[in-house]
Design a protein around this ligand. Structure first.
Ligand SMILES: [Mg+2]
Length: 256
């Protein structure tokens, strides 16, 4: 097996919400017994082949708990997964302590900033129409309900904190600057020393990893924003995994 690393975002890249359910999909995540996320069934089966050819590693903003809710079948289960926007590495679903050590050092520098921003958000949560919480101790997350302004909150609070503020849809993230997907991919590269790196993602929060990959798969919505000479677009997980399998099979035959 060539040492190829595939860093892959999950939501709207490899899996999708029940709201976008299509024929041929299978449920891969349930919340309180309710179907939440889906993946195309054939694509799911192709992941097993992909796993034999490359180190395929989900890299997600999800918390550990949200990641572990995904019900991979044996064979398609990733050996490693990075959660919490880069702050935590799981190996066979267990936290990797050396990764934790470095992340806690980063987080400690911003512990007060995280507590302060959470307290500020909490104290205004009714006026702002938000729900907020700390995620795995590593970052602060706010969900903006109808009636609140995501952009307004992000702009106002980014002036009051050293944390990096990112948002998309109704979600706002307040992150120590080291917890971004680019830095996480750099850490993965140091750990696994891959010969070639493929990254795939659909949203702005994925851009830092897409820009440092040897080959970047970007959804149309962010394609023009990604500075990487070697980038391709994809439409859904079936298209993505077919294309990546094509690349990886080619690398295996002819070399990098
Ligand atoms: Mg996504």
């Amino acid at each position: 097996m060539k040492n190829i690393l595939i860093a892959c975002d999950l939501d709207n890249t490899l899996i999708h919400s029940y709201k976008q359910k299509r024929d041929g999909d299978m449920c891969i995540e349930w919340i309180n017994g309710k179907e939440q996320s889906y993946i195309n069934k054939e694509t799911y089966e192709q992941i097993e082949e992909l796993k034999m050819l490359a180190r395929y590693t989900p890299l997600t903003t999800r918390s550990i708990e949200q990641y572990l809710r995904i019900n991979w079948k044996p064979g398609a289960e990733p050996e490693y997964a990075v959660t919490t926007n880069g702050a935590i590495l799981l190996s066979n679903n267990e936290r990797v302590s050396s990764w934790d050590e470095t992340s806690y050092k980063f987080m400690d520098e911003y512990r007060k900033d995280l507590d302060d921003i959470l307290a500020m958000l909490e104290s205004q949560k009714e006026d702002l129409h938000i729900r907020c919480r700390k995620v795995d101790e590593m970052y602060v997350f706010a969900y903006c309900e109808d009636g609140g302004s995501v952009e307004g909150i992000a702009d106002t609070f980014s002036e009051k904190t050293r944390l990096r503020v990112e948002y998309f849809g109704r979600k706002i993230y307040f992150l120590p600057p080291q917890f971004n997907k680019g830095a996480a991919l750099t850490r993965l590269k140091e750990k696994f020393v891959p010969e070639f790196v493929i990254a795939a993602g659909d949203s702005e929060i994925d851009i830092p990893m897409l820009e440092i990959a040897d080959l970047a798969y970007c959804k149309e919505s962010i394609f023009d924003k990604v500075s990487n000479k070697n980038k391709k677009s994809f439409t859904n997980e079936t298209d993505l995994i077919n294309s990546i399998l094509g690349d990886v099979r080619q690398f295996s035959e002819v070399g990098l």
